[in-house]
Design a protein around this ligand. Structure first.
Ligand code: SF4
Length: 206
């Protein structure tokens, strides 16, 4: 389920991600996520950058903080296991038409990147996932996550998605008792969505 609004944080300062991590480490933040969201909005001029109204900006920032907190909570159990899968959103492909040479396997269901473009985020993220020993799936929607996790046995999952999809996936992973970590999209939409590659590599390697 997507957000009912569009956002693009691709031009935001790198300090934003460090600040989200820093404030999420503060245990007191769990009780006042709304205050921390307002702080981020002001400090990084989120409304000016995105054009979002205040309530949508708060919702977006709260999701960034919640995802960071979730990632920290499961870190210990996550690091104990070996069989891990990485789920990437197909909408981050450089091309959404026939120029994308990925093949789709409806049985699994996933795209398999053919690495046609060096500057494609999915190409780069697929290589990162494989480098750190993950099975990589490029999925067309959240429902595929459930289907794949029912077919394959994994001990932990990393996903890239928008904050709302991450919440839905977290509910599923709780039911399956699987530790999951996530990287939220910094630009949403139906195509050309983007995520922070450095944040993904940090999550994948430890
Ligand atoms: S690099 Fe992979 S995902 Fe990206 S456009 Fe090419 S085949 Fe598609």
């Amino acid at each position: 389920m997507p957000y009912p609004f569009s956002f693009d944080l691709t031009k935001i300062s790198r300090a934003f991600f460090q600040e989200v991590a820093r404030i999420s480490y503060d245990k007191r933040i769990h009780k006042r996520v709304g205050d921390a969201a307002r702080y981020l909005i002001e400090k990084f001029r989120i409304r000016e950058l995105t054009g979002l109204d205040l309530s949508d900006a708060i919702r977006l920032m709260e999701d960034f903080i919640d995802v960071q907190i979730m990632n920290m909570r499961v870190k210990t159990s996550f690091l104990k296991v070996k069989r891990r899968a990485l789920f990437l959103p197909h909408c981050s492909r450089k091309f959404m038409d026939s120029r994308c040479k990925a093949t789709f396997n409806p049985e699994i269901p996933t795209y398999r990147c053919s690495h046609c473009s060096q500057d494609c985020p999915i190409h780069q993220a697929t290589l990162l996932g494989e480098k750190y020993g993950y099975d990589v799936y490029v999925i067309p929607g959240g429902s595929c996550l459930k289907e794949i996790l029912e077919k394959k046995r994994y001990e932990a999952v990393v996903g890239v998605a928008c904050g709302m999809e991450i919440r839905l996936a977290a509910n599923l992973l709780n039911k399956l008792k699987l530790p999951g970590r996530a990287v939220p999209l910094i630009k949403n939409g139906c195509a050309n969505t983007r995520f922070d590659m450095e944040a993904l590599e940090r999550i994948l390697r430890r």
